[in-house]
Ligand binder design. Structure first.
Ligand SMILES: Nc1nc2c(c(=O)[nH]1)N[C@H]1C(S)=C(S)[C@@H](COP(=O)(O)O)O[C@H]1N2
Ligand SMILES: [Mo]
Length: 221
């Protein structure tokens, strides 16, 4: 039933952990996990962790990994792996909803809050949108700055206590739990702040520009 040790480790055999069962101090609880019905309309729970992406799995060695924060910032910032690891850490308990109709509940993501990263660079007043750039052939996704800066949004290097592997976007992936999963860039390498909205890879391909799973913003505008 399992193709790899990773699949076995990530399989959820029991009921999903409830937000009030998270006992660890300081974990941010994504508010959508506190809804009486946690699974958005048209979705169903997966116990596995499916792997989904548009093209390749880029191999990004930690020594070569860089994160650039640019565009409408006060100071352009380029972080190395060591720089990223030295930042204050954030831990988030959240559900994860893919527009192809699976939802993986009760994930614990660990990394650096998007708020922390944008404080480093400073946000210019006319910045309103974010375009996330990834290592897989220039893949991008766009979202409003406000959604990117949600309290439960982060750049994660760990999932449920283990390093995020290359298939799932390691060394570092974006995680914006309140939007459909394509807004969470795997293999993230750049955060670009812009004044006007620039549609990303799947947004140009017909996916919804915003992607709220609760109102089924799946396709089109
Ligand atoms: N860089 C990049 N990020 C991406 C994608 C992609 O193709 N490239 N696919 C998105 C989609 S559609 C989903 S459902 C999730 C899947 O994440 P997972 O493979 O870890 O489950 O990654 C998202 N982030
Ligand atoms: Mo997806």
């Amino acid at each position: 039933m399992f193709e790899s040790e990773h699949d076995r480790a990530k399989y959820q055999s029991g009921d999903p952990l409830k937000p009030d069962e998270v006992t660890e101090e300081g974990v941010i609880i994504s508010p959508d996990t506190q809804r009486s019905e946690r699974i958005p309309p048209g979705q169903s729970r997966t116990r596995k962790w499916p792997i989904l992406h548009a093209s390749i799995v880029p191999e990004v060695p930690i020594e070569k990994w860089r994160l650039k924060i640019f565009g409408l910032v006060e100071r352009e910032v380029t972080l190395t792996w060591d720089d990223f690891q030295a930042l204050p850490r954030s831990k988030v308990f959240a559900d994860f909803h893919c527009v192809t109709r699976w939802s993986r509940l009760s994930n614990v993501w660990e990394g650096v809050a998007t708020q922390t990263l944008l404080q480093l660079a400073g946000v210019q007043p006319d910045a309103k949108y974010v375009l996330c750039h990834a290592y897989d052939n220039g893949w991008t996704t766009n979202l409003p700055l406000e959604d990117f800066l949600a309290d439960d949004a982060l750049l994660a290097d760990k999932h449920d206590g283990l390093a995020i592997n290359a298939d799932h976007g390691g060394p570092v992936r974006g995680m914006v739990p309140r939007l459909y999963a394509w807004k969470s860039a795997k293999w993230i390498r750049g955060i670009e702040l812009t004044a006007s909205d620039k549609p990303g890879y799947w947004e140009r391909g017909g996916y919804h520009n915003h992607g709220d799973p609760w109102t089924e913003e799946r396709f089109g505008y």
